[in-house]
Design a protein. Structure first.
Length: 372
């Protein structure tokens, strides 16, 4: 039986769009992309949530910790260790930084130790200029566990009220999603913060909502039809929202941005899913690449910003810029609005981490075969 790789392709498209957005692509494209590319990851994660976890919470939590907390700590500590070295070799500096003018600095011994504590205890403290996307690991970990807890609580309450009715497949998932939306509305409307979650908790709350949407989509998948007639309206809705009321997975949105976010995000996922399902039906190099990409998004999350430095060197030579501009975050901002370097940044930001991972695995296989 042919394996369905649609979700892997969905994740590949989303990660490519993420890198494209970080590469300072034209504003019209970035505004469109930011409407839905990060929710796709939460929705696809929720797609694989199983009802078995409701009665076996330890398995789910252990799986989430292994897949999200462990790699977060591993790579955050790695970049913490090399942070000051990045200044020594010139990849970071105190002259150039992000587009708003902020810069980063070498860590003192005390700062490094505090960051280590934050990494381990709060999933914070990571290098903002080299690990800017690492919030996703914390966001998905907290969101998925929050979804499990909310689901479990509602399941217990409803089972006590009516033991003969199964609420798990539809009623509870819908209720949890609505609860997360209400909490999100309360939080953004009043400007509240969850003080024990880095960045205040909005991404985690909305992450739980989108996680639940993924689970619901899996339950209703048999009734959904992939076609041009479901793809084009979704595309139109995303374009409309991007033009009239743009929103993204910002950690401190306004209430209007919160209101404007769920609909285009879900439509963006459906559009991406439809395109992915079409690609999945056509074997070839494009499909094989996207499946491999979707199965290895971790390495793109971790290394795409560092890979951008390779393109920054080329751009510095091309325009004759100050070499220290290699420290710009995420990419070199000069000429970004009129040139096409964002395309090269995207190709390298996706390609180099995948190539590194492929080569590492091949070398590891060869080493193990020699040992045996």
């Amino acid at each position: 039986m042919k394996r369905d790789t649609t979700i892997s392709i969905c994740k590949a498209i989303a990660i490519i769009l993420m890198v494209m957005g970080h590469a300072e692509c034209p504003q019209a494209i970035s505004t469109f992309v930011y409407e839905f590319h990060m929710p796709v990851f939460f929705i696809t994660a929720g797609y694989f949530f199983s009802l078995e976890y409701i009665d076996n919470e330890a398995v789910f939590v252990k799986k989430r910790l292994k897949g999200l907390y462990v790699p977060f700590v591993k790579w955050s500590v790695f970049f913490l260790i090399i942070h000051n070295w990045m200044f020594d070799i010139g990849l970071l500096n105190e002259k150039y930084g992000n587009i708003t003018g902020g810069v980063t600095h070498p860590y003192s011994s005390h700062q490094a130790q505090q960051n280590l504590w934050n990494i381990v205890t709060a999933m914070g403290g990571y290098d903002q200029f080299l690990c800017g996307t690492f919030w996703f690991f914390r966001g998905l970990l907290v969101a998925s566990i929050a979804y499990l807890i909310a689901f479990k609580l509602l399941d217990c309450l409803l089972r006590k009220a009516n033991r003969n009715v199964d609420f798990r497949t539809l009623a509870i998932p819908i209720a949890v999603c609505l609860i997360m939306l209400l909490i999100g509305a309360w939080k953004t409307g009043e400007g509240l913060r969850v003080i024990n979650i880095v960045q205040g908790g909005y991404r985690e709350i909305m992450g739980a909502f989108f996680f639940g949407c993924g689970f619901l989509f899996r339950q209703m998948r048999q009734y959904y039809r992939v076609s041009l007639w479901t793809t084009m309206p979704c595309l139109a809705i995303v374009v409309l929202f991007a033009h009239l009321s743009p929103a993204c997975f910002d950690w401190r949105p306004s209430f209007r941005q919160f209101i404007s976010f769920p609909v285009p995000a879900i439509c963006g996922f459906l559009m991406t899913y439809n395109i992915s399902a079409w690609i999945d039906r056509h074997d070839g190099p494009v499909k094989r690449f996207l499946v491999y990409c979707g199965n290895n998004t971790l390495y793109i999350f971790v290394f795409h910003i560092l890979s951008f430095k390779l393109v920054s060197i080329i751009k510095i030579l091309y325009y004759g810029l100050d070499y220290q501009q290699i420290g710009c975050h995420l990419v070199i901002h000069d000429h970004a609005k009129e040139d096409l370097f964002w395309i090269l940044y995207t190709i390298v930001g996706v390609g180099v981490p995948l190539a590194w991972n492929y080569a590492y695995r091949k070398l590891k296989e060869q080493a193990l075969s020699i040992i045996r």
